[in-house]
Design a protein around this ligand. Structure first.
Ligand code: DAT
Ligand code: MG
Length: 184
């Protein structure tokens, strides 16, 4: 094995600056984004996709669907005991939805931030919900977009909307990084 002259002669203070560490591939994730019926009806698909791409994320798959009640119920299963569940399912089934798999480093969290708070009235300006949605008819669920709230949810939801991805589109290496909790 040859040895570098600098390895033996240079003092630590004279060493060349080290290269930035390569990014950790374990941070690469996939998340599910939905442009919900209000967003599709209002012609906001292009605007939402543009924001995702401008942020630096990659659209790795997408599909325009009118969800069945069964798909909507499965998607929102965590809310099945909430009083607004029936209305929520009806809303998701009320028109076409663009389902998008988005890829990027820490994208699960990043998309939640890009989407903004659930209630569009208080979502920050600059976010998708803050800029593009508001309460209508006394209802605050028309908030244009959905984003998975954790890596575990992302994996489950991508499998629901893109069954052909099952097993091939992991949302991250869960053995290395902790699951991110919902952000709002
Ligand atoms: P998010 O979509 O930000 O993950 P969530 O999972 O708590 O929010 O709720 C799912 C959707 O249900 C949300 O996008 C809008 C609707 N929703 C939430 N809370 C509601 C409420 N109190 N009344 C009516 N709709 C509600
Ligand atoms: Mg949610």
């Amino acid at each position: 094995m040859s040895s570098s002259p600098s390895a033996t002669s240079a003092t630590p203070s004279k060493q060349a600056p080290s290269k930035p560490a390569p990014s950790n591939p374990c941070n690469l994730e996939h998340t599910l984004v939905l442009v919900k019926p209000d967003g599709v009806e209002r012609g906001l698909v292009g605007e939402v996709l543009t924001r995702i791409e401008r942020k630096g994320y990659v659209i790795s798959d997408m599909r325009l669907v009118t969800p069945s009640a069964a798909l909507a119920q499965a998607h929102y299963a965590e809310h099945s005991a909430r009083p607004f569940f029936g209305e929520l399912v009806d809303y998701l089934c009320s028109g076409r939805v663009l389902a998008v798999v988005v890829e990027g480093e820490r994208v699960v969290k990043g998309m939640r931030v890009l989407n903004g708070a659930t209630d569009p009235t208080v979502a920050s300006p600059g976010t998708i919900r803050g800029d593009l949605a508001c309460q209508r008819d006394g209802i605050s669920m028309y908030n244009v977009v959905h984003g998975s709230d954790s890596r575990v949810s992302a994996k489950r939801e991508i499998a629901l909307w893109f069954p052909e991805h099952q097993g091939s589109c992991d949302s991250g290496d869960e053995s290395v990084l902790p699951t991110e909790e919902a952000t709002d």
